[in-house]
Design a protein around this ligand. Structure first.
Ligand SMILES: [Zn+2]
Ligand SMILES: [Zn+2]
Length: 121
């Protein structure tokens, strides 16, 4: 899609295309928001785009602001699941020495709650 589309789009409904979510598409290409505009990363505050460029809530992995600074941005955690839905779906990232307590208390308790009830796995 061209940057200079003739189609009139309401600015408020545009996703800026700056998502730091893993596998984000349409980088630097503002586009109409998909089904849902994601909240910013709980840890580094990076934009996570929308369902259209960055995928589903439960697949949102935040890469921070570039691989070299990633560790810093996430307090040494490496990439982090950016939403509680993603944490519940996948659990903490083992390869990065994360535990459920690396995440905000609200995330952690939600994760534990689904674990107890058998969860989504
Ligand atoms: Zn982040
Ligand atoms: Zn988007």
């Amino acid at each position: 899609m061209s940057k200079f589309t003739e189609e009139k789009v309401d600015e408020a409904n545009l996703c800026p295309g700056k998502s730091r979510a893993f596998g984000a598409k349409m980088w630097d290409e503002p586009h109409p928001i998909g089904r849902y505009r994601h909240k910013r990363c709980w840890s580094c505050g990076a934009d996570l785009g929308c369902t259209r460029c960055s995928g589903l809530l439960r697949e949102l992995l935040c890469m921070g602001h570039g691989s070299d600074r990633n560790e810093l941005k996430h307090g040494g955690l490496g990439p982090v699941w950016a939403t509680v839905a993603a944490l519940v779906e996948h659990g903490p990232l083992r390869g990065f020495n994360q535990t459920v307590d690396s995440y905000p208390p609200a995330f952690a308790s939600m994760y534990r709650a689904t674990e107890l009830t058998g969860g989504t796995r």
